[in-house]
Design a protein around this ligand. Structure first.
Ligand SMILES: [Fe+2]
Length: 235
């Protein structure tokens, strides 16, 4: 994994210059990730340090953030996060600010791990995109579609899943793969080079949903060490 690059380049990513452009640009011609690059002011490390959180994911409330005893730089960071949340809410989205401490992994992954540390596509029953910004800590990671293969299409993995399912490779099995989200997880092809979403950048990425004109954007949560914290916005 290369260090955080402010602007990973590949044919599936398009950069935009404003929030308006981010929300209005359609996904097409294979472009399934839109990025509004930003360098944000404020001390996000301080905010993350001040938060009283348990292992795992804690959703942060506005009052909780505003009550933290932080320096002016910490205050700036809090105001930025809340401003982003408001901006997305004004677009009928439902963003949350999360603090992630350590990592919560799929304890018994079986042939296909289905936790957020595994490359996956998000899915929705209606048209919906995922919005993502990492403010502090290791950022989310993306994988080009041409460097990925669905795990259920790897013969050995499919055979292992089929044997656990105990039936035929038919419609019922396809339904099972979908019910368990196995069909949303991907393996890296040899030589694949995942990219980082970077810090402060606001991303809009395509999900699997009926009528989506592009393949979904494949992504994962980064590895975190025990005790390590991340601050992010997700919608
Ligand atoms: Fe996701």
């Amino acid at each position: 994994m290369p260090p955080d690059s402010p602007r990973p380049e590949n044919p599936f990513i398009r950069y935009v210059g404003s929030f308006h452009e981010l929300v209005t640009t359609p996904f097409k011609d294979g472009v399934n990730a839109l990025c509004w690059p930003r360098v944000l002011q404020g001390d996000y490390e301080e905010v993350s340090r001040q938060l009283q959180v348990r292992e795992g994911i804690t959703t942060l409330e506005e009052e909780q953030l505003l009550s933290l005893p932080v320096s002016p730089s910490g205050r700036l960071a809090i105001e930025q996060m809340l401003a982003d949340q408001r901006l997305l809410r004004e677009h009928d989205l439902d963003p949350v600010l999360d603090c992630v401490l350590g990592g919560l992994r799929d304890e018994n992954p079986g042939p296909v791990p289905t936790d957020v540390f595994s490359f996956h596509a998000d899915s929705a029953t209606a048209e919906a995109d995922t919005y993502l910004c990492t403010y502090f800590g290791p950022s989310s990671e993306g994988l080009r579609n041409d460097e990925a293969r669905r795990r259920v299409d790897i013969p050995e993995t499919r055979a292992a899943l089929l044997s656990l399912f105990g039936g035929e490779d038919d419609e019922g099995f396809a339904e099972h793969l979908s019910d368990e989200c196995f069909d949303l997880h991907y393996a890296m092809l040899p030589g694949a080079q995942p990219y980082r979403f970077g810090i402060g950048n606001l991303w809009r990425i395509a999900t699997v949903h009926p009528g989506c004109p592009v393949p979904p954007c494949i992504h994962r949560a980064p590895e975190t060490q025990p005790g390590q914290r991340r601050l992010l916005l997700i919608s």
